[in-house]
Design a protein around this ligand. Structure first.
Ligand code: R5P
Length: 265
């Protein structure tokens, strides 16, 4: 692996802990104005100082993030479908590697849809993107998108994550599940988890804790941060779990304390 690739990966996954808190705000690429992300700049700005990496699309990056930021960017480069359609797996690549490089990204991300109608196309998209990434020293994060018909269990997520790694993904983003350690064990590259739909803060902190305890290199979390009643307190609490091994109850205490401080400030 060349220097540029290693350097970019170390900007995404912090070498001091081997972990990362990625803030995912790319939902609009197929969901449109997702709750909490109606005005991306307003959501992103207060959270940015607390994120190790920001995951988003080209359009929102250009218009809603100041180019002076030193937070590494993981750019979503797949899309082409909307929530109005049944064939969400019908994604193609949306950004050229040249433009990603011009945007000075630390990495690029795309979804793969293992077991779906367009499985082959999305896996070949991944392989092609890895070829280009290798040429330019840009790591690829593969997101294992899960169709409604797929079970979010260790067997399926392990299969999808392993295929992503076999095709050359440098980091895999998947979901937490029972026996998650089996998913991590069978995947030879770092695995981060998505947060999924909004759940109570206590449960999201427990999810993060269980994931890192069972081998995840961190989280790539969106809705459970930006839809929280106090997003900044939540991202700080998640950081405590991911980087400082705080227990869920310690992290929840921190969340509550920070939330109270905000109310009384
Ligand atoms: C989904 O396709 C997007 O890539 C999101 O970034 C991902 O699901 C993580 O966000 P959340 O924690 O809200 O699930």
């Amino acid at each position: 692996m060349d220097w540029g690739m290693k350097n970019r990966i170390s900007r995404i996954i912090k070498p001091s802990t081997g972990r990362t808190v990625m803030l995912a705000v790319d939902h609009g690429y197929f969901l449109g104005p997702t709750t909490g992300l109606e005005e991306p700049r307003k959501t992103i700005e207060p959270l940015l100082p607390h994120a190790d990496t920001l995951m988003l699309t080209r359009g929102v990056l250009r218009k809603c993030v100041d180019p002076q930021t030193d937070v590494p960017i993981v750019l979503r480069v797949s899309g082409g479908t909307s929530v109005l359609r049944d064939d969400l797996s019908n994604e193609g690549l949306t950004v050229s590697m040249n433009d990603a490089l011009r945007l000075n990204v630390a990495g690029v991300a795309l979804s793969i849809f293992v077991g779906a109608v367009n499985e082959r196309e999305t896996l070949l998209n991944l392989a092609g993107l890895v070829n280009e990434g290798e040429e330019h020293g840009v790591p690829v994060l593969a997101v294992t998108a899960v169709g409604k018909e797929m079970a979010r269990d260790a067997r399926y997520l392990g299969l999808a994550s392993r295929i992503a790694a076999e095709l050359g993904a440098h980091v895999v983003k998947t979901y937490y599940c029972e026996d998650f350690e089996k998913v991590v064990r069978a995947c030879p590259v770092p695995v981060v988890i998505a947060g999924g739909k909004k759940i109570p803060e206590k449960d999201a902190l427990e999810l993060s804790y269980n994931a890192v305890k069972r081998g995840a290199a961190g989280v790539d979390m969106g809705r459970n941060i930006f839809q929280s009643e106090n997003p900044v307190a939540m991202i700080k609490a998640v950081r405590e779990v991911v980087h400082n091994n705080a227990t869920p109850s310690q992290a929840l205490d921190l969340f509550k304390t920070l939330s109270t401080q905000k109310k009384t400030a």
